[in-house]
Structures are given as structure tokens and as C-alpha cells.
Design a protein around this ligand. Sequence first.
Ligand SMILES: Cc1cc2nc3c(=O)[nH]c(=O)nc-3n(C[C@H](O)[C@H](O)[C@H](O)COP(=O)(O)OP(=O)(O)OC[C@H]3O[C@@H](n4cnc5c(N)ncnc54)[C@H](O)[C@@H]3O)c2cc1C
Length: 411
Amino acid sequence: MQQIIVIGGGVVGLTSAWWLAEAGYKVSLLERAPEVGSGASYGNGGQLSYRYVSPLADEGVPLKAVQWLFQENGPLRFRPEADLRQYRWLASFLAHCRADINRRTTAKLLELGELSRNAMKQLEVSIPLEEFNWRDAGKLVVYRSRDIFEKAAARAGAGQVWSPADCAAREPALAAAEHLLAGGIYNGGEAVADCHAFCLALAGRLRAHPNFQGFVHGEARGLRAENGRITGIETDNGLLQADSYVLAAGIQSRTLSDTVGIHLPLYPLKGYSLSAPIRLDDVAPEISVTDFERKVLYARIGDRLRVAAMVDLVGEDLRHDPKRVDSLTRQVRETMPRAADYSQVSVWAGLRPATPSSAPIIGASPYRNLWLNVGQGPLGFTFACGSASLLADLVQGKAPPFALDGLTLAN
Ligand SMILES: Cc1cc2nc3c(=O)[nH]c(=O)nc-3n(C[C@H](O)[C@H](O)[C@H](O)COP(=O)(O)OP(=O)(O)OC[C@H]3O[C@@H](n4cnc5c(N)ncnc54)[C@H](O)[C@@H]3O)c2cc1C
């Protein structure tokens, strides 16, 4: 049976390893950190947002982005880097800011979202949902501007359109912000969960899987290639070899792929999350809430409030900028003042491994035995199970359940 090494123990690498082991491959997983799920998969927003998948790139976004850059508490920051990859990514992002491209990509991501929802259900047999605080929370997107809300309401489809009073009545955590809202749109069927706990639970199940050969601790420094094939991974502990390789190392995938001449269009979109314990008399949100204009997500995950926000284009920089953290904390306290114990907030920053289109890159590479599962960007937890099941189909030479145009390296 073929041996496969997966590089990267985030949610994408772990699900890839699981689906490949289930398909009958002998799988090992290379991870540089002492614990899996400690990269972007650690403190993310926890949204399993299968239908709220619209790409960041859209008509009108460049203009909005310029306005955001001048707002003190705006959701976007930009710091120029001495790295051509930043400018290439931005140029490609701007080229994707068209309504027709956005519509096409959204349609593809909805297919991937549906596949991911079903793939997660398959996993339930092996990992009970309580192990990672999964909850069918539904999603309420609230709007502050009447104009933006009315446009969204006109396109709400199956979503329920709520007045500010409805929002506060159905989600009491929003009561203090009722006067600031123009309204909200609620959709059922979206879930929240703890991505880090999911990674740990999946790692535990992998260890017991008969086809799993084990976790290899080490840092991949580069790939070696010869005659159109990858011949090994250079690590700090020597050369690792297998029949095939899967690159799923989050944002680091771009540096690793560069070593064999594959220039992946990935850029780290830095974001922050805050987590705070919920006390007995706190009014934490039961519904997962997205504050549309501010781009802030709120979810109760277990007994903690998790808030995720911000898109900072500042390179691979994980430092906490005190101004960004203060600004987010102020917004959260204003919107949901009684949702958690804010005196005990812990702050986290992570790098979303994003493509300019927001669509991941899944499947073949220019090397016959190198497979890619990268670029899930702002929705890597949501898309991980679907991406992994597509990857396993492709590695086995099976036809995927839908056309993958827009989700591969070729397009
Ligand atoms: C603030 C924020 C909020 C988010 N909110 C959500 C959300 O609500 N819902 C959602 O679906 N998604 C969300 N995301 C996105 C999601 O977290 C990511 O898309 C996802 O975690 C990416 O997973 P990954 O496995 O590709 O990367 P990672 O989790 O970063 O994993 C990559 C792994 O590879 C390892 N690695 C890297 N380089 C090497 C090397 N050279 N050798 C060996 N190992 C290596 C790393 O140590 C790491 O463990 C959010 C992200 C952020 C930052």
C-alpha cells in the first residue's frame, strides 16, 4: 500500500490525513510544533459557516478598503513589505474584485460548504460532537447602516429578516446594541465549534487508526524533486521519504512549495481573536453573530465567548498590536457589554492562508506525487472536511462529486 506523508498538523492537514487513512493509504503526518492545531487552527472564530461563504474579493471592495484604511477602528490594516509576494497577491486580489467572478466563486464555495457539512457528519461516528463543543447555533448577521441592511434584506432568500427589536428579543446578548442596529438576517443550519479541540480529538482518533503510521515531529525545510517527482522532504531531522506527499502547512506552504518552483498565490491575512470566560449571570450569545460593517464575529464556544475580527496585511507577523487589540476590545464591550468576563480576556493572533479569490487550492501539483490542500483562508475550519474528502478522491483517481474549476492550481 502507498505511503503518504502529510506536511502540516493544522485542521487541514489532520483532516487530509484522516480521509487518506480511511481510503486505505499508509499515512504519516509531519508537524513542527509540539502540539497539533497550534497554528491558524488554534484560536479562530469557530464558525462552521457552510452557507455564508462569499469571497472577500467583490465589486466595490477596493473603494471600501480605502475607506477602512482611514478609519481608526477599521477592520483592515496594510503595512507594505519588502516582499514581492505581497504586491503580486494584492494585484491578483484586485483583479478578482468583480461581481461576476465573486458570483462564480461563491457558487463553488457553496458546493464545497455543502460537501464539508456532510463530510463533518461522517466524522461524527468517530468523534462525538460534544468533544469539540459543536453547537447548531444558527447565524445572525447584524447591520448598522440602514442602506446596507435594506440591500441585504432584498437578497435574503431563505434568511429571516429581523428588526433591531427582533434581534434583541431573539438574541438578548444584543440588547445593549439594539439602538445601534438597522436590523439583521438570520439563517439556521450554521454551526460553531472549537477548532483546536477538534484538531486534538482528530489527532487522538488518527493515532488509533490502523492505517496511520504516526506523527513525525520536525520542521520541513524544503522539498527535493527529480524528473517530475518529489523525492523527499528535507527536515531538521534529516530526509523523509514516501511514495506521495501532501502539502497542507497553512501559510508556510508557500515557502515550502517555492523550494521546488511552485509559487502558490497565498498571503497571510492576519486576524485577532479574544476569548473570555462566561460567568453564570453573563448574557452570552446563543446565536452566532456577525457584525457586518465591523467584520466582527461572536460565538459562544463551550463556556467561553470567542470574538474574531480584523484583516491585517502585514506579512507573517504574529505580534499583538496593542492598538488593534484595544480597538477590538472597545467594540466588543460596546456591542455585548454583559456577554463574558472581559477582565479575563485572552488575546490570540493567527494567519489565514488566503488565495486572492478566497477559494482553496486542492489536488494535483506540477509534480506527479505531490498533492496540495492549501489556501482555505478565512474559512479553513468550515472547509477542512470537504477539502480533505475531495483530496482523497483525487489521490485515488476518483471523479470528485462536482467540477473543481476555481479550486485547483490550474485555475
Ligand atoms: C482570526 C481568525 C479567525 C478565523 N475564524 C474562522 C472561522 O470562524 N471559521 C473558519 O472556518 N475559519 C476561520 N479562520 C480560518 C482558519 O483558522 C484557517 O483557514 C485554518 O485554520 C487553516 O488551517 P491549516 O491547517 O491550513 O493551517 P494551520 O492551522 O496554520 O496549520 C498549518 C500547520 O502546519 C505546520 N507547519 C507549518 N510549516 C511547517 C513546516 N515547515 N514543517 C512542519 N510543519 C509545518 C504548522 O505548525 C501548523 O500546525 C480564522 C482564522 C483567523 C486567523
